[in-house]
Design a protein around this ligand. Structure first.
Ligand code: FA5
Length: 355
């Protein structure tokens, strides 16, 4: 038996193995020696040409060669894997001395904050929150509120019409009409309805063509004007400070009778007169009144049995008063220098000074 061929194969393999640097060329080498058509496999096939006496020793030698090659390949494979891991760890090193990334913490928009405060107050009094549709029908925005077509009071709210019957709601009052209709004239109602409204007003320091309103509505048996007054007094003290007084002035809304404008005593000058209250000592904050019998009747309520009050306020104007914002347009122009002044402090409080 000539074993020089095996020695030759082993030597050649050792030389080739020296040049291998990655897993792929190691696999190629493995195929070249141990694969189906590999050189060691070729030696195995030679066995059939040997005599019975020669065969065991030859087989033993070839197996030895195969084991050596397999062991070398395994060793090399472990080396390559370790080197790759080393390389990866080197690249993934974290430099803990680098400065950290700065995260900008957002802040709640002043209008959202006012709306949440007002919602919290009314939820505490047992009110439900109801939302309606910004795109409304003429019927719920006007007719169901005692404002038939061509009623002159429609001019009080210049309207964006989408078609003759569809419009962008001009106030949140259509929500009261819808809820009353839903309750089918039987159940008591106690709701507030916050949301966006739209009017064809020219934008200026106190007017925006899109702004927010919060509507309030209470309908039940034995609801009186004194309930409205008591509720709004509590509201004014909660939102503007405990020393606030309110004043009701006669007014007109087609959906309430009687109707009132509600003023609060000025929180800046305490009634003495200043630039915020235009020297009058009072600031107008909302419109309100007792629900008109026609509105109750149209929704299926019997006005002899049920009565109610409603009010509507503008959170934009409330935010302007509370934070001393002199121009309503600041609330809508997304200037970060403005918004950042309303960042909340860590304990959830405000870091802006109320006027
Ligand atoms: C109404 O819209 C009535 N629906 C309110 C109401 C409800 C009365 C229920 C009675 C019963 P008025 O048009 O006054 O009323 O608007 C209410 C509030 O919206 C105003 O006090 C004001 O704060 C705000 N507002 C009105 N127009 C604008 C505007 N263009 N920009 C910003 N705020 C406005």
């Amino acid at each position: 038996m000539d074993t020089s061929q095996m020695t030759h194969i082993q030597d050649e393999f050792d030389v080739s193995l020296e040049t291998v640097e990655d897993a792929r060329s190691l696999q190629d080498l493995k195929v070249r020696y141990l694969g189906k058509k590999g050189r060691v496999t070729g030696l195995m096939k030679e066995m059939k040409n040997l005599s019975n006496e020669e065969r065991p020793a030859y087989g033993q030698k070839v197996n030895e060669l195969r084991r050596n090659i397999e062991a070398s390949i395994e060793e090399k494979s472990a080396e390559i894997e370790a080197a790759a891991l080393e390389e990866r760890l080197k690249n993934e090193t974290i430099d803990v001395t680098l400065p950290g990334r700065k995260f900008n913490i957002g802040s709640q928009h002043p209008i959202s904050r006012i709306i949440e405060d007002i919602e919290d107050f009314f939820i505490g009094l047992g009110y439900e929150i109801q939302e309606g549709y910004e795109v409304e029908t003429d019927y719920y925005n006007f007719e169901a509120l005692n404002l038939p077509k061509s009623h002159p009071a429609r001019d009080m709210q210049d309207t964006f019409y989408i078609s003759e019957e569809i419009l962008l709601r001009t106030h949140t009052s259509p929500v009261q009409a819808r809820v009353l209709e839903d309750r089918k004239g039987k159940e008591a109602v106690k709701i507030i309805c916050p949301g966006k409204v739209y009017r064809r007003d020219s934008d200026d320091a106190t007017h925006s063509h899109q702004f927010t309103q919060i509507e309030g509505l209470v309908v039940d048996k034995n609801i009186h004007m004194s309930d409205l007054k008591g509720t709004l007094e509590l509201f004014a003290k909660e939102i503007f400070g405990t020393e606030r007084e309110i004043r009701l002035r006669p007014s007109f809304f087609p959906f309430t009778e009687p109707s009132v404008e509600v003023d609060i005593s000025c929180f800046k000058c305490k009634g003495a007169g200043c630039n915020v209250c235009k020297q009058s000592g009072w600031i107008e904050i909302l419109g309100a009144g007792m629900v008109h019998p026609n509105v109750l009747r149209m929704a299926g309520y019997d006005p002899d049995e049920y009565s109610g009050f409603a009010f509507g306020m503008g959170p934009d104007r409330v935010a302007m008063l509370r934070y001393g914002i002199e121009d309503i347009r600041h609330l809508y122009t997304n200037d970060l220098r403005f918004i950042n002044q309303f960042k909340q402090t860590e304990d959830g409080g405000e870091n802006v000074e109320s006027i």
